[in-house]
Write a protein that binds this ligand. Structure first.
Ligand SMILES: [Zn+2]
Ligand SMILES: [Zn+2]
Length: 210
């Protein structure tokens, strides 16, 4: 029965199409037909800007919805090889975007990694083991017995590599959290931060550097 009301008619058509899809989705000829429809739709999108915008918006919204996320997760799980191939190809064709993406990812993850490492070696709130500085941007990891640079070179680590290495190796002993100034102070003062010299723990510092 045809509906006069366009909204009702649309609703009816949608239901009918859904039922039709459920009934025939596993039939070979229907699959072929769907492929063809998809092709035609994409063709139409290429020429119709307004339609494309509408389609893209709907697609973006769907991708963000819980249903969309679930479906893409399932697809990734079932098409691991295909995805890996696709990624490889994409990386080859988009070297700059690839580098940017990796950088963005690192920028996002690095602070978390640092906090994780500092928290462990500070036994709680991250702070400098010498002066008590708590500003995370001032903090760094220090090798208690020195040789940090040598170890970095040996392991081929650079930048935040040492933090990841510490996590991977289950937080080995021999490291502490220091702020940059205490770290530098220690390096320039025969392994003792000038703070400690001034407090009398190691006598009066004889090393002066400008
Ligand atoms: Zn300090
Ligand atoms: Zn210090």
């Amino acid at each position: 029965m045809p509906y006069r009301d366009p909204i009702k008619a649309k609703e009816y058509n949608r239901k009918w199409a859904k039922n039709y899809y459920k009934k025939h989705k596993n039939e070979e000829h229907f699959k072929e037909k769907r492929k063809e429809w998809g092709k035609n739709t994409r063709k139409r999108l290429n020429t119709d800007v307004q339609r494309k915008e509408k389609y893209d918006k709907r697609r973006r919204e769907w991708c963000k919805s819980s249903k969309g996320l679930e479906s893409s997760r399932k697809w990734r799980e079932n098409n691991k090889e295909k995805l890996a191939l696709y990624m490889k190809e994409w990386q080859k064709n988009h070297p700059q975007q690839c580098r940017d993406a990796v950088k963005r990812c690192h920028q996002k993850r690095n602070p978390q990694i640092k906090i994780e490492v500092f928290t462990h070696y500070s036994n709680g709130t991250p702070k400098c083991a010498c002066c008590g500085e708590t500003e995370i941007r001032f903090l760094t990891i220090d090798h208690i017995n020195g040789g940090g640079n040598k170890q970095r070179k040996q392991l081929g680590l650079s930048g935040s590599g040492i933090y990841k290495w510490l996590i991977r190796n289950g937080f080995p002993e021999g490291y502490q959290v220091l702020c940059y100034s205490c770290n530098l102070g220690r390096a320039h003062n025969k392994g003792v931060c000038p703070h400690k010299d001034l407090s009398g723990e190691h006598g009066v510092s004889t090393t002066m550097f400008i």
